[in-house]
Design a protein around this ligand. Structure first.
Ligand code: F0G
Length: 351
């Protein structure tokens, strides 16, 4: 009876919890680090995918949410609130169920994937669709938590970052040391902040000998960090990272500069190409925003920025099932056949 106990129990000594903290967990973390054969061949490197879609609610948000809801419970909160492009709300809704709390979520009207909306609904969250974008939702959520009895569980809550940093620990624990390069999609910039914190803590404690260079990628229509200015009306098919004013902007710049990395952009076309490559050639089905990391790696390789022989980890942040529209769109329609082996064999090209 040995199963992964969730990130708080597995990394208890590295997280802000005490013996009496009431841990709220769905046994998140412990996600697969999958060798990526095709990406390795294309880049001449050793590429791994950190498959965060394998978390209980299908995204990396569960790592931060187990911490945020645990802390809210410890502090006696009865209700939590978040702004979200979909994954944070799905995760908050699920963990609030475990904690017996009310969960309120603010999402941009019409701009979150159906699977994520379904998760928040089925977990019983109170959902408000806001006439605005994610940045407006976050402003509203902050205001509500300042003035009403409801705890904010967005990544501006520092314990979220604490939980999410455990992904770096898992990677170092698995590989024996940090990779040369770590590649991530960037939206609100909490995750790149968290990974960098995890890597630097492991070096400070002598568990790892070095930190990786951090490479972050935003969607071109939503690339405020790349442009160096707020994007008022962000757009991208990767709705999870459709964000024009990232809350952790300064931390992302610090991660970039301290690690000797960079933050660049990828177009929706590049994102969708990487999305299809991951599914059709690596067997890993991710949501479009997650493919931004891989799209970025391929772009960097084409630009000659990737020296061969390096060890590279790309985080793929969310499960493809959350937003299957992009898998179906443009794909050939399945052929319908009668219950007849000869016809089926013929249609399958077996004869
Ligand atoms: N990938 C996915 C699938 C996401 O859902 C997010 C963020 C990111 C990448 C970017 O991570 O914000 O830490 O830079 N989703 C948030 C949400 C905004 O509300 O679910 P980040």
């Amino acid at each position: 009876t040995h199963q992964w106990r969730g990130i708080i129990e597995e990394y208890r000594d590295r997280l802000p919890v005490s013996d009496t903290t009431p841990v709220v967990t769905l046994r998140e973390g412990g996600t697969p680090l999958v060798p990526a054969q095709v990406l390795s061949e294309r880049t001449g490197c050793e590429v791994h995918l950190k498959v965060e879609g394998a978390n209980p609610t299908g995204s990396f948000k569960d790592r931060g949410m187990t911490m945020a809801i645990t802390r809210a419970k410890e502090e006696g909160a009865k209700a939590v609130i978040c702004a979200s492009t979909g994954n944070t709300s799905a995760s908050a809704a699920a963990y609030a169920v475990r904690a017996g709390m009310v969960c309120a979520v603010l999402v941009p009207t019409g701009k979150i994937a159906l699977g994520k909306m379904g998760q928040a609904l089925v977990h019983g969250a109170k959902i408000l669709q806001v006439d605005g974008n994610f940045d407006d939702c976050l402003t509203l959520a902050r205001g509500l938590s300042d003035n009403y009895p409801v705890a904010l569980v967005n990544s501006v809550n520092p314990v979220r970052i604490e939980g999410q940093k455990t992904a770096s620990f898992e990677i170092v624990d698995m590989l024996g040391d940090a990779p040369d390069i770590h590649v991530l999609p960037v939206g609100n910039a909490g995750n790149i902040t968290a990974y960098w914190k995890g890597y630097t803590e492991y070096v400070a404690d002598g568990v790892a000998s070095r930190t990786p260079r951090m490479w972050g990628f935003q969607a071109s229509g939503s690339a405020p960090i790349v442009r160096g200015e707020i994007v008022k009306d962000p757009s991208t098919i990767a709705t999870a990272i459709r964000i024009g004013n990232p809350a952790s902007w300064q931390h992302a710049l610090a991660a970039r500069d301290e690690s000797g990395g960079f933050i660049d952009e990828v177009t929706d076309r590049e994102i969708l190409r990487a999305y299809r490559l991951l599914a059709s050639q690596e067997g890993v089905f991710v949501e479009p925003a997650s493919a931004a990391s891989v799209a970025g790696l391929l772009k960097a390789a084409e630009q000659g920025k990737v020296d061969p022989g390096q060890r590279i980890v790309c985080t793929v942040t969310g499960n493809g099932l959350k937003d299957p529209d992009w898998a179906v769109a443009g794909a050939p329609q399945p052929v319908t056949v009668p219950v007849d082996a000869a016809t089926a064999a013929e249609r399958l090209g077996l004869v």
